[in-house]
Write a protein that binds this ligand. Structure first.
Ligand SMILES: Cc1cc2nc3c(=O)[nH]c(=O)nc-3n(C[C@H](O)[C@H](O)[C@H](O)COP(=O)(O)OP(=O)(O)OC[C@H]3O[C@@H](n4cnc5c(N)ncnc54)[C@H](O)[C@@H]3O)c2cc1C
Length: 582
């Protein structure tokens, strides 16, 4: 039995992308019926709420859109799709003003009343707007107030499991969800569906994203026929907390501003090592620092738990307490003194630069399906600058809302009839584990996370990636044979663990195949057997599609539509166009 409902716009995910989409869709047309379905609680799930460091935007005197753009392109190792990156940078200015002036966010300020902007690694200007070190809570709370006051339909604790095509093949008809509270299936028919489930590399041993994220959105996009790009580009954040296996705090992130402010990374013997790896030391980009840390760990120069240390006390313990209140408290909860002592850290899987291919107006190849946020690919290329993530979800979320409102206006009132055969097949596949012999899902998850960390992690080789692909197909078979101990569907979190593992193994394989196909080293992707970056002028990105006989990987040349390698948009820099005065 499947419950059915209809709405004009269905938004899957209630992070920054999902809620901005809801707000902008309603601003464009207050009469629209907008429904938000989220696996967690609305506005309280996902990672936007977890944003610590802040939001990149070129506002300050001396900074410019061109400078922010060049940092994004150079940081992304010339792989970003340039029109998407430009849209991000331009849109961030408008969005931060909207956050402050329309939504009521109050970010930290300078004594003269201008917004305070702090340093983040890999950027040529201090441009990260923030609210202390808990910026996401400020953004999401204000955003939630505004969205709720406009009246949207909420499907909380509703997990989307598939995008359902129209019976006549003309596009998307809606999405099938499971109401996690009672285990029933609900089909939501919609004229426009936004996928904003936030990616999330939770298939790695150490990871930062919230536990509700399992790459479901990317798996659904593949099934719906969309291609994924740049999937080998998984960003590791250098400073994940390492507090032992028994706490979920292990892997959670200590924000980038700690290194930006001048924090030191030390090996197990208390020696600084970053200056041996890069002239910028601890302020080098995340990929460089994570790799250096991994090499130190591999060489055995580690702390008692097998990681490294971060130390801040040379900046003055009182100053650290004042500037990084949230981080100091988090470390204290785990028995560490961030302000006056040392904290054990480890690189941790943080963000997926790759995702489903979409256009600057958030449309996709499938009519009626839209994308925004971390489920989408192409904005960041090989590396995401800290502070460009929340900008990405809020900028493109807003754009998606406007585009969907226009799409619904064009489509008229009728909903498309869904393909009933697809609905039945998806429902049967989701119920499959109730019919199989109960088994050890925790053990399976641990093996998945170890495999991804060891062979598809910070340093990669052909042998390791092939081993991983074999291992993943074994885990997939094993999952299929592993059932659930409990036949009750209401709040059966083991069932949802099973479904999470299905998405994580699937997207794990996508990452491994893309990494095997890329025979060079760029940004977050490092092949020990192909350490060179290759010719930037011939930059290409990976594209993966699900075909009848399996995943197909191809590669497409990057179109340098705004700037080419060797050129710059910044006046006075090598490769910049001459100014009028010249
Ligand atoms: C600890 C941490 C700190 C960060 N700090 C920064 C920072 O300082 N600056 C920065 O720019 N970026 C930062 N990021 C990255 C940033 O949080 C993300 O890039 C961005 O918030 C993603 O937004 P989103 O809307 O795409 O997804 P999210 O905000 O993650 O929302 C995803 C939503 O989708 C829902 N969902 C997932 N699966 C399903 C499903 N199957 N069905 C229905 N709903 C589903 C979730 O429940 C959630 O509601 C940080 C990330 C983390 C984890």
């Amino acid at each position: 039995m499947i419950e059915r409902s209809q709405t004009d716009v269905l938004i899957i995910g209630s992070g920054g992308a999902g809620l901005f989409a809801a707000l902008h869709a309603l601003q464009a047309n207050p009469d629209l019926e907008v429904t938000v379905a989220a696996k967690g609680l609305l506005g309280k799930s996902g990672c936007t709420r977890m944003v610590q460091g802040g939001y990149n935007v070129a506002l300050a005197e001396g900074d410019s859109l061109e400078r922010h753009f060049m940092d994004t392109i150079v940081g992304g190792k010339w792989l970003p799709r340039q029109d998407l990156a430009w849209r991000l940078i331009e849109g961030a200015v408008e969005r931060v003003q909207e956050l402050e002036n329309e939504l009521g966010c109050f970010f930290d300020r300078n004594p003269d009343g201008t917004l305070h902007q702090k340093a983040f690694a890999g950027q040529s200007f201090d441009r990260t707007v923030h609210k202390g070190d808990l910026t996401g809570i400020e953004i999401m709370n204000r955003l939630m107030e505004q969205v709720w006051s406009r009246g949207i339909a909420r499907l909380e604790e509703h997990r989307a499991i598939a995008l359902i095509p129209a019976r006549d093949g003309s596009g998307l008809a809606g999405a099938l969800t499971i109401d996690m509270r009672d285990g029933s299936f609900r089909l939501v028919q919609a004229k426009a569906v936004l996928l904003a489930a936030g990616g999330g590399p939770t298939m790695y041993r150490y990871h930062t994203p919230s536990g509700d994220k399992a790459c479901d959105g990317m798996a659904m996009a593949l099934d719906a026929g969309l291609a994924l790009r740049d999937m080998e580009m998984v960003q590791f954040h250098p400073t994940g907390l390492l507090a032992g296996d028994e706490t979920r705090m292990t892997g959670t992130v200590l924000e980038e501003g700690l290194r930006g402010a001048g924090g030191y990374l030390l090996d197990g013997a208390g020696e600084r090592f970053m200056t041996r790896y890069h002239p910028h030391g601890e302020r080098a980009t995340r990929d460089v620092v994570s790799r250096a840390m991994f090499e130190e760990m591999r060489a055995g120069r580690t702390t008692p738990h097998g990681g490294l240390y971060i130390e801040m006390k040379h900046l003055g313990p009182d100053s650290v307490r004042a500037r990084f209140k949230g981080m100091v408290t988090r470390c204290a909860d785990c028995g560490f003194d961030l302000a006056g002592g040392r904290v054990e850290v480890v690189p941790t899987a943080h963000y997926m630069m790759g995702g489903a291919i979409f256009e600057p107006d958030c449309t996709t190849e499938v009519p009626g399906l839209f994308l925004a946020g971390e489920d989408s690919g192409g904005v960041h290329g090989a590396n995401r600058l800290g502070g460009n993530g929340v900008a990405n979800s809020t900028v493109f979320g807003g754009i998606a809302g406007e585009t969907m409102a226009a799409h619904v206006a064009r489509e008229g009132r009728a909903h498309k009839d869904p393909d009933e055969a697809v609905i039945e097949a998806v429902r049967a596949a989701a119920l499959h584990p109730f019919g199989a012999k109960p088994g050890d899902l925790n053990g399976l998850r641990e093996r998945l996370q170890s495999l991804m960390w060891d062979d598809v992690g910070i340093l990669r080789t052909e042998d390791g990636l092939k081993r991983a692909i074999n291992g993943l197909s074994g885990l997939s078979r094993e999952l299929n044979e592993t059932g659930l101990p409990d036949s009750e569907r209401a709040f059966n979190m083991t069932w949802h663990d099973w479904l999470n593992l299905k998405s994580q193994i699937r997207i794990g394989e996508v990452i491994a195949r893309a990494a095997l196909a890329r025979e060079d080293s760029r940004g977050a992707h490092f092949r020990e057997d192909y350490p060179e970056t290759g010719d930037l002028d011939k930059s290409a990105y990976t594209v993966l599609r699900q075909e009848a006989d399996g995943l197909k990987v191809t590669s497409e040349p990057v179109a340098f539509t705004i700037v080419r390698p060797g050129e710059s948009l910044i006046a006075g820099e090598a490769g910049a166009p001459p100014t009028a005065a010249e």
